[in-house]
Ligand binder design. Structure first.
Ligand SMILES: Nc1ncnc2c1ncn2[C@@H]1O[C@H](COP(=O)(O)OP(=O)(O)OP(=O)(O)O)[C@@H](O)[C@H]1O
Ligand code: SF4
Ligand SMILES: [Mg+2]
Length: 322
């Protein structure tokens, strides 16, 4: 199966007052049709920056993509012109951000906001635009869609707004959908419904999906594979079941141990011991070493990526043969 999205050795640097940080430091992964990759890791590990680099929306001028390739159906997005990229974002690659309000403009009705992509990228005119917009709202289970087109964002509930953003994202329909923590602002029932909806749309349209979340329970339910990020790198990647059952990297193990067991009364996650790394002053070697219970002499050098079993890879000296 050929990849829908094939990210190779992606590198994004950010110039800050404290020095240049490698926010994305050689990230690689590929995804096929209807496949979902969960992207997890502590705050600041580079999940959002990876997503923003894929769609080339890194915050300028501080951040710059300095290397790698982002092949979408074989075409490198890093080589597209800005105009080409804008068309691709409106149609082939869709992104759902954490806060649905930030994707919706409060001063325009839902119908007005859906009009733009439908006329610009799909060439629809007049009544056809409204009919298609209503159809899209209906496809995300919004009741009385024609009437909702006249509503303004503040007149809809949070869950409803998410659905509108979802409807806009699948207007393409896209080949790749990137969802960066799309559910954190929703209550649990709505979260579950929304994830169910995204999966259903994915089955129908077969797009590849990158799903960023802090919630490993969501990863278990929604993703086929998971990539664990630490300090701008993927330190472990593989099938969800395999990694949950046999995590190879000490950081992944610590993350999994921090999930409350089902039925446990503890509601807060146990924090992982030690501080997240400061990317501006990162030493050479394994970035997890200062917090790693298994660190040994070799860890002063950066560990290479090693395959534990086919399809399951990690970056840790414990898995490199001496
Ligand atoms: N606009 C910015 N200017 C400077 N540094 C930034 C900017 N945005 C992000 N960074 C830095 O880039 C690194 C990666 O950040 P990123 O937003 O990708 O993390 P994340 O994994 O998405 O975290 P979170 O879980 O909190 O969303 C961090 O060290 C962060 O401080
Ligand atoms: S390379 Fe060393 S420090 Fe890094 S995770 Fe593996 S054992 Fe720990
Ligand atoms: Mg983020």
């Amino acid at each position: 199966m050929s990849a829908v999205i094939d990210v190779r050795d992606l590198r994004t640097h950010i110039v800050t007052r404290w020095g240049t940080i490698k926010a994305v430091d050689g990230v690689s992964f590929a995804l096929g049709e209807a496949e979902t990759l969960g992207l997890v890791g502590e705050s600041g590990s580079g999940k959002s920056m990876t997503c923003l680099s894929i769609v080339r929306l890194v915050p300028r001028p501080a951040a710059r993509i300095v290397g790698g390739a982002v092949l979408l159906d074989g075409n490198d997005l890093l080589k597209k012109t800005d105009d080409e990229m804008q068309r691709i974002r409106g149609r082939t690659v869709a992104m759902i951000l954490q806060d649905p309000m930030s994707s919706l403009n409060p001063v325009f009705s839902i119908g007005m906001q859906m009009r733009e992509p439908l006329t610009m990228y799909h060439g629809l005119r007049g009544r056809a635009v409204l009919a298609r917009a209503a159809e899209l709202l209906a496809s995300v289970s919004i009741p009385s869609p024609a009437a909702r087109l006249r509503a303004f964002p503040h007149q809809l509930s949070g869950g409803m707004r998410q659905r509108v953003v979802g409807a806009m994202a699948i207007a393409g329909p896209p080949r790749l959908l990137i969802a960066d923590e799309p559910t954190t602002s929703l209550d649990l029932t709505i979260q579950a419904q929304y994830l169910g909806l995204l999966k259903e749309l994915q089955q129908r349209h077969r797009f590849a999906m990158i799903f960023v979340t802090h919630n490993l329970g969501i990863v278990a339910r929604t993703c086929d594979r998971v990539a664990v990020m630490y300090a701008g790198r993927i330190v472990e990647i593989g099938p969800v079941r395999r990694i949950f059952a046999q995590p190879a990297h000490p950081y992944t193990r610590a993350l999994l141990e921090s999930i409350p067991r089902f039925g446990a009364r503890r509601e807060r996650l146990a924090a992982i011991a030690g501080q997240p790394p400061d990317l501006a002053t990162l030493a050479a070697g394994c970035a997890f070493a200062p917090r790693c219970p298994a660190a040994f002499e070799r860890c002063v050098e950066a560990p290479p990526e090693t395959e534990v079993v086919p399809g399951h890879a990690t970056r840790c000296w414990l898995h490199v043969l001496p």
